[in-house]
Design a protein around this ligand. Structure first.
Ligand SMILES: Nc1ncnc2c1ncn2[C@@H]1O[C@H](COP(=O)(O)OP(=O)(O)OP(=O)(O)O)[C@@H](O)[C@H]1O
Length: 587
């Protein structure tokens, strides 16, 4: 990730915000009008006191000025409302824009990016960090500009009213700068501690909630609670440090403000200036102090936003989408697959596939078998181009996979994975997966064919039943059956199926078996097979070990060879017999 300077980040954020430039300009105009109005108010008060009341005693003139004053106060409140609302309006629009750009970028990143980036970190970037950027717009450019403008106007008006008093009041500027810097240094450290420990606590809670079953099964509740408490105590201390500094800062600022006001009163009595001028200066002092204090606060927030922006823009700058330079698109595939001496590694260190070659003819069902870690799942990830190979070739209908337009290629390949992921939403939504063209009738028909319709109907609400997060309210076998429907609906020419191995009851097992037969008919199918029925019926079995194909052929031929496959098969057969004896005993 390329490091960017603060200035570069500000420029980029500014450019992003420029999309809403008319709102920016409108807010700027409001800011200028507000500065003029608010600084004119003390001046008008002075006129009412000194001229209208004391010098002329002109009641009518006084009332006229008071009406103007009231109008100014109301006008100021209304403009203040628009200032806050518009700056937040801009910031929320920009944030929405950034969120969308980030998410759009993320969903096209290659799978390898997600392999190496912790999900928690991405969630923080996409949600928390993006949110902090908003402060750059709400507290940022516009507000600081407004504050500076106000200080300039106040100073200008002060000099119009009384030059000597203005020089005295100017002493506030360096004093405030010194004090704010003193507090800011301490605040920055306190803020940073606070953020570190908030983030520690968040990730701790997130991890423990995800792994709650583990915590409970191993009876770790008490120990985990102790750890949580330790983090909590440190977080509380960090938060209290921030509160302590803030609680000290504001009274000190108030004290300075009061000291200056006292001094002006004293000066007024000593040098005898008019009452109106004293009143005006009392107002000017607080008007000068407020933006000075706010600028310090705003710089804190901007700083925080820039840190967030640096992290978010960092991801947006990553160019980790899978290259999609292929031009070939097809409406129809025959379904011929060929691997030619394919080598592949996930991390450029350890080769996972070490020269794989095999052919699948259109309509064939090929089973891949082998010990765990042999590279079976890797093969199926390569067919959908989740990863690109290091060397060799994968051909589909005699055309290199990379020459196909990626999304056209994937639209012809149906995938049923071992651990099916269901999103939080209804069964219907999970089955259509956002494809608005699929109707309820179609789904019902396919579900009946796959044999999962009765199960879905047995759920409360049927197809409207809302699946909880990660789909854990539905068993593994049932989830896989739903995934069959998903794949079947798109009527793919090529089907890839990673059979679920364990925790499937006899009933689901039978349903899955039937569904597999149904769904593999008339299409090229590659199945990572764990079930004997699949293996026996397959047109070809590819036997893998340590990233290589060690045997290949039909079930009976391979058994006759009495090699690695025969050993695997026999051990599985033994296991199946034991399992069925166990279930008979239980019954
Ligand atoms: N995303 C990944 N990043 C890095 N290494 C991986 C990744 N996925 C798998 N591997 C490694 O690649 C090798 C082959 O894994 P693969 O999942 O293809 O095996 P498998 O035969 O499907 O095993 P199983 O039957 O247990 O699913 C293993 O050593 C595994 O650790």
């Amino acid at each position: 990730m390329k490091k960017q300077t603060t200035w570069q980040i500000i420029q980029r954020l500014f450019r992003i915000g420029m999309k809403f430039r008319s709102w920016f300009i409108l807010t700027l105009i409001i800011s200028v009008i507000l500065s003029v109005i608010s600084t004119y108010r003390p001046y008008l008060t002075m006129q009412i006191v000194d001229t209208d009341i004391i010098a002329l005693g002109d009641r009518e003139q006084m009332m006229k000025h008071i009406y103007i004053l009231i109008a100014l106060v109301f006008g100021e409140s209304i403009l203040n409302f628009f200032l806050v609302y518009f700056s937040n309006f801009i910031s929320q629009n920009v944030i929405r824009d950034i969120r969308e750009r980030l998410y759009e970028k993320l969903i096209y990143f290659r799978t390898a990016f997600f392999d190496r980036t912790p999900i928690g970190q991405l969630v923080t970037r996409a949600v928390g960090d993006v949110e902090t950027i908003s402060t750059v717009y709400t507290d940022g450019f516009l507000m600081v500009f407004g504050d500076i403008l106000r200080i300039v106007f106040v100073l200008f008006m002060m000099f119009q009213v009384d030059v000597n008093l203005s020089y005295i009041s100017l002493a506030i500027l360096p004093l405030m700068v010194l004090i704010t810097r003193f507090f800011q240094k301490r605040l920055r450290k306190a803020f940073s501690d606070e953020r570190t420990w908030t983030s520690n606590q968040n990730s701790f809670v997130q991890e423990r909630l995800s792994g709650m079953t583990l915590v409970q099964v191993f009876n770790r509740q008490e120990a985990e609670f102790k750890k949580f408490d330790e983090i909590n105590i440190t977080l509380k201390a960090a938060l209290l440090r921030t509160v302590f500094i803030f609680s000290l800062f504001f009274p000190v600022v108030e004290l300075i403000s009061s000291l200056f006001i006292g001094f002006i009163l004293f000066y007024g009595g000593y040098v005898t200036i008019t009452a109106g001028k004293v009143i005006a200066f009392i107002q000017f002092i607080s008007m000068l102090i407020r933006p000075l204090r706010q600028i310090a606060d705003r710089f804190n927030n901007i700083q925080r936003g820039i840190v967030g922006a640096e992290r978010v823009l960092g991801i947006m700058d990553e160019d980790d989408a899978l290259p999609n330079d292929g031009k070939v698109t097809k409406d129809h595939f025959d379904g011929r697959i060929e691997f030619q001496n394919v080598h592949f590694s996930y991390d450029d260190k350890q080769e996972v596939l070490k020269g794989i070659s095999f052919k699948v003819s259109p309509g064939e069902t090929v089973a891949i078998v082998g010990a765990t870690g042999a590279g079976k799942s890797t093969i199926i990830s390569l067919i959908t181009r989740l990863y690109d190979i290091n060397s060799g070739k994968i051909l589909l209908d005699d055309v290199d996979l990379k020459e196909y337009e990626l999304y056209n290629l994937r639209s012809h390949v149906g995938v049923v994975l071992q651990d099916v992921f269901l999103f939080h939403g209804s069964i219907f939504e999970n089955l259509t997966f956002g494809d608005g063209t699929i109707t309820m009738e179609q789904i019902r028909k396919v579900a009946e064919e796959v044999g999962v319709h009765d199960f879905i109907e047995s759920l409360p609400g049927g197809y409207e039943y809302v699946v909880s997060e990660r789909g854990s309210s539905i068993s593994l076998g049932q989830r896989q059956l739903l995934s069959f429907v998903r794949a079947y609906l798109s009527d793919p020419k090529i089907l890839i199926l990673d059979e679920a191995t364990s925790s499937i009851d006899h009933e689901s097992e039978k349903l899955i078996q039937r569904a597999t037969e149904k769904i593999t008919k008339n299409r090229t199918s590659i199945i990572i097979a764990h079930r004997l029925s699949t293996i026996e019926k397959a047109d070809k079995i590819i036997v893998m070990d340590g990233g290589r194909i060690v045997e290949e052929g039909k079930h009976m031929d391979l058994l006759r060879q009495n090699g690695y496959y025969a050993t695997l098969y026999k051990s599985q057969l033994k296991h199946e017999v034991e399992e069925s004896e166990k279930s008979e005993d239980e019954q």
